[in-house]
Design a protein around this ligand. Structure first.
Ligand SMILES: [Zn+2]
Length: 128
């Protein structure tokens, strides 16, 4: 889990008043799908972090690294749907395990992928 302060003590969080409408809509999508899949509220934030990660998840908290992903991509996430679905499923699966090499984690990825597919079939309006 990456903290909002980098190793030099600099705050890397991106305040909500700097989020574009597209970024807000990505947050809403993540919150809604997380609540449907896990039955728990998710908090989402953006970091402008020079460390190279794209996103990170720890229990009920998701962070997008807007600096790595790119502002344009975050703002137009629906035109990069496969990219974001891949990223969100990857992150949500960390609920099952932190190590990418653990069986809990890789089983979690397919489980979350299945749940996400069925959810979006049942409630396609989540992508509106
Ligand atoms: Zn990961």
């Amino acid at each position: 889990m990456f903290r909002r302060f980098d190793p030099n003590g600099r705050d890397v969080s991106l305040p909500e008043d700097q989020w574009t409408d597209g970024m807000k809509s990505l947050v809403q999508f993540c919150k809604a799908t997380h609540e449907e899949i896990f039955g728990e509220v998710l908090s989402v934030q953006y970091f402008k972090d020079p460390r190279g990660y794209l996103a990170c998840y720890s229990r009920n908290s998701l962070t997008f690294n807007y600096r790595s992903i790119g502002k344009k991509k975050c703002s137009n996430w629906k035109t990069h749907l496969e990219y974001f679905m891949d990223l969100i499923i990857h992150e949500f699966a960390h609920r099952y395990g932190s190590s990418h090499f653990s069986e809990d984690y890789w089983r979690g990825t397919t489980k979350v992928g299945a749940k996400m597919a069925l959810l979006l079939r049942a409630k396609p309006e989540l992508l509106n």
